[in-house]
Design a protein around this ligand. Structure first.
Ligand SMILES: N=C(N)NCCCC(=O)O
Ligand SMILES: [Zn+2]
Ligand SMILES: [Zn+2]
Length: 313
């Protein structure tokens, strides 16, 4: 492959104008091929409270205009060591969750092909299920690193099995989850019952609860995460509500007492060297955002994820 085409140069073309792609990267249609894709799945029919995550992908793109090509924290150039492109948005049916799930599954399979890594921007958390199905086809049971205030291992809402509160229960039932190597990070807030935690553990998820951040050094937490994931293929699912509402107000089911952006970004950097095979970033609901606070946090999450993909220098 030729040298990767990087972002538009902000020292020559003002960053506040022009095409809105993630980090001002080229579109997939403008490159010969890509190693990693940022693509949007604007779907929020699975939400249980505030809607609006269907507008997430374009908000994250707009909020990503200030990203620069060199990541000093990792001494990495995520857009120079691989071709990263923006694959645009998938057209999904907002009136049928079942149809949307199967559309997402087919599109993720086609788009990733044999070698492309997908960083999918949602959308609500329902979309993780079809994305995990495709990962499972490639890798078998997958080590899921799930950042979220919520367990998302609940059973049904109003009798509906496919919602943003249930993707990891369905994934576990379908055998997609690596039971010995999966983990939630950032869990907090009131639950429906004490059993919720036991059930989530039974479905294969160890947990770092948000409260643990009060007394535990972050390096200890990163060590725990790395030990749990080991050398398995890892899929990272980031629900932006893992952040405190002060750092991410623009989301559908906010819970007080969350992570700071600094903590989350530092943990993501701590994944460097692991075998990341894909990621999603969900639950950004711009109507509840202010001054792009949530959008900017989300853009940086995607940037750090791209920085720790394998194959970089
Ligand atoms: N996946 C997210 N963000 N939230 C799940 C919350 C489910 C509930 O309403 O209890
Ligand atoms: Zn959540
Ligand atoms: Zn979630």
């Amino acid at each position: 492959m030729n040298d990767p085409i990087g972002p538009v140069d902000a020292t020559r073309v003002p960053r506040y104008g022009g095409d809105t792609t993630f980090a001002r990267l080229p579109r997939l249609s403008d490159v010969a091929d890509a190693d990693a894709l940022v693509w949007g799945v604007p779907f929020d029919t699975g939400v249980s409270y505030r809607p609006g995550a269907r507008f997430g992908p374009n908000h994250v793109r707009q909020s990503s205009r200030l990203l620069r090509p060199y990541n000093p924290a990792l001494d990495a150039q995520p857009f120079a060591v691989r071709q990263v492109a923006d694959a645009g948005d998938l057209g999904v049916n907002p009136f049928s969750i079942d149809e949307a799930i199967s559309t997402i599954e087919t599109a993720a399979r086609d788009l990733s092909g044999t070698r492309r890594t997908l960083v999918t921007v949602g959308g609500d958390h329902t979309i993780a299920l079809p994305l995990l199905r495709v990962q499972h086809e490639r890798h078998g049971p997958i080590a899921v690193l799930h950042f979220d205030a919520h367990l998302d291992t609940w059973d049904t809402y109003f009798g509906a099995p496919y919602t943003h509160g249930t993707p990891f229960r369905r994934a576990s039932e379908e055998g997609l989850i690596d039971f010995d190597h999966s983990m939630h990070v950032g869990i907090r807030g009131p639950l429906y019952s004490r059993l919720d935690l036991d059930e989530s553990e039974r479905m294969g998820f160890a947990a770092v609860h948000c409260r643990e951040f009060v007394r535990t050094p972050i390096d200890t937490i990163i060590d725990r995460i790395r030990t749990r994931l080991g050398d398995r293929p890892v899929y990272v699912s980031v629900d932006i509500d893992v952040l405190d509402p002060g750092f991410a107000p623009g989301t559908g089911t906010p819970e007080a007492g969350g992570l700071s952006s600094r903590e989350l970004l530092e943990i993501l950097r701590g994944l460097d060297g692991l075998n990341l095979v894909g990621a999603d970033l969900v639950e950004v609901s711009p109507a509840y955002d202010h001054a792009e606070i949530t959008g900017i946090a989300a853009a940086h999450v995607a940037y750090e994820l791209l920085s720790v993909l394998p194959g970089g220098a």
